[in-house]
Design a protein. Structure first.
Length: 214
């Protein structure tokens, strides 16, 4: 049986056999029997490289952080993670530069990891610990944003909505016209946290699974 360590765009952790492009960390979430007992322990939700400096780990080893896995970077951002400052330093620096530009129009001093994590934690979870979402017109969202459409998570990419799954993206549906995008009924439930959406809008381009054409 697969371990419960695959993350969907809502940030939920599932037991599926599909592999991922990135690894994640939210702290020690499993017990001695390798069973998940908590959805998170830390505010530092990060996205890590699968391979780094020839380090080798036993997945769900006792008293070690629980390795989580994501289809792609767009999924990790939607779940509320950000790039790791150690194993993905260049991506982390690019993300926090876009973060600062998107939130404040640029700043002379880039935010710390702790500052980013505090904001993301408030944006990804409500007081009950459930996924925090908001509504927005699809036309205002940058590529790489995850939204709900027809009761399923979709990636907004290349002007199309692409249905998400643990194995990749399904056939895209083109939104027919700008008028339809601007209509109130076209408002969608946004899964990606607001500040991460702002970073995408400011120029941070996430890695997406090849099935999305990226």
């Amino acid at each position: 049986m697969p371990l419960q360590n695959r993350v969907d765009p809502h940030g939920r952790i599932r037991a599926v056999a599909a592999r991922g492009a990135w690894m994640g960390n939210r702290g020690v979430l499993h017990d001695a029997s390798r069973r998940l007992v908590a959805p998170w322990r830390l505010r530092r939700w990060i996205t890590c490289a699968l391979d780094f400096e020839d380090r080798h780990r036993e997945v769900f080893a006792p008293n070690r952080y629980s390795e989580l896995f994501f289809l792609d970077e767009a999924t990790a951002l939607s779940a509320g993670h950000r790039p790791c400052a150690e194993c993905r330093r260049r991506r982390y620096d690019a993300f926090r530069a876009a973060w600062a530009l998107g939130r404040r129009g640029g700043a002379s001093r880039l935010p710390s990891a702790e500052a980013i994590d505090a904001v993301l934690h408030a944006e990804r979870l409500d007081r009950g610990g459930e996924k925090r979402t908001y509504r927005a017109a699809l036309s205002t969202l940058p590529p790489g944003t995850m939204v709900e459409h027809g009761g399923r998570p979709h990636l907004w990419w290349d002007g199309r909505l692409r249905p998400w799954s643990f194995d990749g993206y399904g056939r895209a549906a083109r939104v027919s016209s700008a008028a339809r995008l601007a209509a109130p009924r076209s408002n969608v439930v946004v899964l990606t946290p607001k500040s991460s959406v702002a970073a995408l809008r400011a120029g941070f381009v996430p890695q997406v699974h090849a099935s999305a054409g990226g």
